[in-house]
Design a protein around this ligand. Structure first.
Ligand code: GLA
Ligand code: ZN
Length: 671
C-alpha cells in the first residue's frame, strides 16, 4: 500500500473512555491537542469494556463523539482493535480465552495481553467487535489507520495451542521419523513415537531438545501472526484501503518481527530508551539501530507509535528528559525513517498502574509546563519539515540481524553461557558505522542481500534458509562479506554441520575453524593488526582457525595460540570474504571498518568529519537529500562543513564553514 502518509503525524495514545464522567476534560483535551500541534490520536486500544459492557451489548456513542469531534478539529484517528485487554465478563464466562503458562497453569483474569491466540471463542468475540467497529468507522474519513491490538507478545501453552503446535509440526516435517531425525531426539532417549507426545517446551518438562525449542518459538511467531491476520482480515473486509499496523516493541526477542512484513501495511514501533542513564552516545546508537531494524523490515518509512514525552514509570529509574532531549530523540526517529512522532500517552490516567507515566497532559491539566511546550515544539518542527515525508534511508551496508539465530544462540549451551549477548555484538559493528554517518540497513536470512556493497554478519551461529548459498553467491558476484567467530555452526534445525566450521563456507572464507576458546569476564587476549602493527584487546571468544587460501591481516598476541590468525581476508570469485576471530575492542573495529568503508567507496552522503557525539543520518528520494545532524552531548560541539553550504529546512538559514551545535541540538539540512 503506497502513499499512506501525506504529512508527518504527531499525536498520542488517547484514552477518553477513562474520562466519560468528565465531559469538560474532553473539551479541554481537544483545545490542548490543537495547541500541541497534534494531528492524530490512537484511540480505543483498551476500550473493549467500554464498547461491549456486556456480552452482545454494544455502546459506540462515546466513540462516535470522540472520533467525529477530533476530526472536526483537524485530528485524525488511528483506530485500535481492542483485543489487547478483555472485559471481565469474557474471561469469567469463557476461561479458555486466558493464557496458560509454560508450567501449564492458566492465568486468572486481569492484566492485559493475557489471551490465547488460538482460542476459537477469543477469535469469535474479537471478530464480532472488530466487525462492528469496521462497519461503523472504516469508511469514516476521520479514521486513517488500524492499530491492531497492542504490543503482541508472550505465548500460550494451553491444550488448544499444543494441538496447533502439533499440526504446525506435521505440516513442516510430514513424518515423525523426519522430525525425530531433524531434532536429533535419540539423544537422552527423547525419541517421539506419536505426535501427541510432543509438548511445548517447559521448565518442568522437555527443554533440552534445541530444535524443539526453536520450532516452538517459530510457531509462536506464526500463531501470533495468524491471530493478527484474523483481526486484519476482519476489519479490511469493510474497507481494504485503510492501512493496518501493529506496534512492535523495543528490543523484544520473543517474536520474529521480520515475519510480519507481508501482513502489516506499515511497521510501527514503541521506543523507550533510558536517556541520561549513561553517556547518551551509548544509548543513542542502540536506539538508532533499532529504528533502522524497524525501517528495514519493510524497507520503508515506519512509525514511532509510542514514545514518552517525559518519563516512563516502569524502568528501574524513570528519569526525565533533560531540556532539548525530547526534540533530539523525536528527530532521531525521523532521521532514521519515521514518518510519525507519537506518544504514550496523551493524558495521565487518574488511577491504576500508569497514573504516574509521562504524558503530554499531566494531572495538573494545563499547558504552561515544560513537557507540553517540548511536545508543541516537536509538532511545529514536524510541520515545517513536511517535504521530508516519505523520503527513505538508503544504505550500501547491511548488517545481518536474525531473530532465529538469536534464539538458537541463546539456547546453544556453547562455549560461553554468560555474556554472549547477540544484540550487544551486533551493535559493536553498527556503532562504528553509525558514528561515521553511514546509513545501515538490517537484513535477516530470508532477505535479499544483493544490492549491498558490504554485508556484516555478527555471530552467525545458525545459518538457515540457504543463507550459506546466498553468502557464496554474493561474494562470488563481487560482494564484500564480513563474518565473525562462532559462525555457521548449526543448520535450520540446530544440527551441527559435519566436516568443519564455518559449515559450507570454509572455501568462501578460505579458513577452517578448529576450536573455539572462551575467556572469562576478567580475561582478554590481544590482536596485532599487521597494517599498523598496533595491539588491540579482544575478549569473550577466540576462534582458532586454520588458514587455507585466505590472507592473514592480524594475529593473536597471547596464550598458546599466539601467532595464529585473528583476522583474515579471502578473495572468492569477484568478491572478498573477511573472518573476524574474536570480539575486538572498539578501536580495532573503527580502524578496520573505517578503512574498509573508504576502500569500498561506501556513500557517506556528506563527506565531513563528525566529532564524537555528533551524528549524521540521511533521508532521501531520487532528487533530494536531507541531513539530520544531532548533538547527543551535554556540551557545545563544532562541526566543520568543509566544502558544503547547507540550508536549514526549518529556519531557512544557510550554514557553511565551522558550525556550532548547542547541547542536544538537531539541525535538519539540505543542499
Ligand atoms: C507500552 C504499551 C502502552 C504503555 C507503555 C508504557 O508500550 O503499549 O500501553 O503501557 O508501554 O510505557
Ligand atoms: Zn492457548
Amino acid at each position: 500500500m503506497e502513499n499512506i502518509f501525506d504529512k508527518f503525524l504527531h499525536g498520542a495514545d488517547y484514552n477518553p473512555e477513562q474520562w466519560l464522567d468528565y465531559p469538560e476534560i474532553f473539551q479541554r483535551d481537544i483545545e490542548l491537542m490543537k495547541k500541541a500541534h497534534c494531528n492524530v490520536m490512537s484511540v480505543g486500544i483498551f476500550s473493549w469494556a467500554a464498547l461491549e459492557p456486556e456480552e452482545g451489548v454494544f455502546n459506540f456513542e462515546w466513540l462516535d463523539k470522540v472520533i467525529n469531534t477530533l476530526y472536526e478539529n483537524g485530528i485524525s484517528t488511528i483506530l485500535a482493535t481492542p483485543s489487547g485487554a478483555r472485559p471481565a465478563w469474557l474471561s469469567q464466562k469463557y476461561p479458555e480465552v486466558l493464557r496458560v503458562s509454560e508450567t501449564r497453569v492458566r492465568n486468572f483474569h486481569g492484566f492485559r495481553h493475557n489471551h490465547c491466540y488460538t482460542s476459537p471463542v477469543y477469535r469469535e468475540k474479537t471478530k464480532i467487535l472488530n466487525s462492528k467497529l469496521a462497519e461503523r468507522y472504516a469508511n469514516n474519513p476521520a479514521v486513517i489507520m488500524w492499530h491492531i491490538s497492542n504490543e503482541f507478545g508472550g505465548e500460550c501453552h494451553c491444550d488448544l495451542c499444543q494441538n496447533e503446535f502439533r499440526k504446525w509440526l506435521k505440516e513442516k516435517y510430514k513424518t515423525l521419523d523426519n522430525l525425530n531425525k531433524s531434532w536429533w531426539t535419540t539423544f537422552w532417549s527423547h525419541t517421539f513415537n506419536s505426535w501427541d507426545q510432543i509438548e511445548s517446551p517447559s521448565p518442568i518438562g522437555e527443554n533440552q531438545v534445541h530444535a524443539l525449542n526453536i520450532d516452538w518459538k517459530r510457531f509462536v511467531t506464526d500463531r501470533t501472526i495468524d491471530f493478527m491476520k484474523h483481526e486484519i482480515n476482519t476489519v479490511k473486509k469493510y474497507n481494504p484501503n485503510i492501512p493496518a499496523t501493529t506496534n512492535f516493541m523495543y528490543y523484544y526477542e520473543g517474536l520474529n518481527y521480520f515475519k510480519f512484513k507481508d501482513y502489516v501495511d506499515v511497521v510501527s514501533y514503541d521506543s523507550y530508551p533510558e536517556w541520561h542513564s549513561e553517556d547518551n552516545i551509548e544509548v543513542a546508537y542502540r536506539v538508532a539501530a533499532y529504528f533502522d531494524i524497524m525501517r528495514s523490515i519493510k524497507g520503508k518509512p515506519f512509525m514511532l507509535m509510542e514514545s514518552t514525552p517525559s518519563m516512563t514509570n516502569w524502568q528501574s529509574v524513570s528519569k526525565l528528559k533533560k531540556p532539548g532531549m525530547h526534540k533530539l530523540s523525536s528527530m532521531q526517529a525521523v532521521a532514521h525513517g519515521s514518518n510519525t512522532v507519537q506518544y504514550f500517552q496523551w493524558r495521565k490516567s487518574r488511577g491504576s498502574s500508569e497514573k504516574l507515566h509521562g504524558a503530554v497532559v499531566d494531572h495538573y491539566g494545563k499547558e504552561d509546563n515544560r513537557v507540553f511546550n517540548d511536545v508543541k515544539e516537536v509538532g511545529i518542527t514536524l510541520e515545517s519539515i513536511n517535504k521530508i515525508i516519505n523520503t527513505n534511508v538508503k544504505a550500501d551496508v547491511a548488517i545481518v540481524y536474525d531473530w532465529e539465530n538469536m534464539w538458537a544462540l541463546n539456547d546453544s549451551q556453547g562455549p560461553r553461557n554468560i555474556g554472549l549477548n547477540y544484540n550487544d555484538i551486533v551493535m559493536d559493528y553498527y556503532k562504528v558505522l553509525w558514528e561515521q554517518g553511514i546509513n545501515v540497513d538490517f537484513v535477516d536470512m530470508e532477505c535479499s542481500i544483493d544490492k549491498y556493497k558490504l554485508v556484516i554478519a555478527p555471530l552467525l551461529y545458525m545459518t538457515r534458509n540457504n543463507f550459506q548459498d546466498k553468502i557464496r553467491d554474493f561474494v562470488k558476484n563481487g560482494g564484500n562479506f564480513v563474518m565473525t567467530y562462532f559462525s555457521s555452526i548449526v543448520n535450520d534445525t540446530d544440527l551441527c554441520y559435519l566436516g568443519g566450521f564455518p559449515g559450507e563456507l570454509m572455501d568462501v572464507f578460505g579458513i577452517r575453524s578448529e576450536e573455539v576458546d572462551a575467556l572469562y569476564e576478567y580475561e582478554k587476549n590481544e590482536v596485532k593488526l599487521y597494517k599498523n602493527n598496533k595491539l588491540y584487546n579482544c575478549t569473550q571468544i577466540c576462534d582458532l582457525i586454520h588458514v587455507k587460501e585466505a590472507e592473514v591481516l592480524a594475529e593473536y598476541n597471547e596464550d598458546f595460540y599466539k601467532g595464529r590468525a585473528a583476522l583474515t581476508k579471502n578473495s572468492f570469485g569477484k568478491g572478498k570474504a573477511y573472518y573476524i576471530c574474536s570480539r575486538m575492542e572498539e578501536d580495532f573495529n573503527k580502524e578496520f571498518f573505517h578503512s574498509l568503508v573508504n576502500e569500498l567507496e561506501i556513500d557517506k552522503k556528506l563527506k565531513i568529519n563528525l566529532p564524537r557525539g555528533i551524528t549524521l543520518s540521511t533521508r532521501e528520494n531520487s532528487n533530494e537529500k536531507y541531513f539530520f545532524l544531532q548533538n547527543y552531548l551535554d556540551e557545545e560541539k563544532e562541526v566543520d562543513f568543509e566544502k558544503y553550504t547547507l540550508r536549514d529546512v526549518v529556519t531557512g538559514k544557510y550554514y557553511s564553514g565551522k558550525v556550532k551545535l548547542k547541547p542536544y541540538e538537531v539541525l535538519i539540512l539540505e543542499y
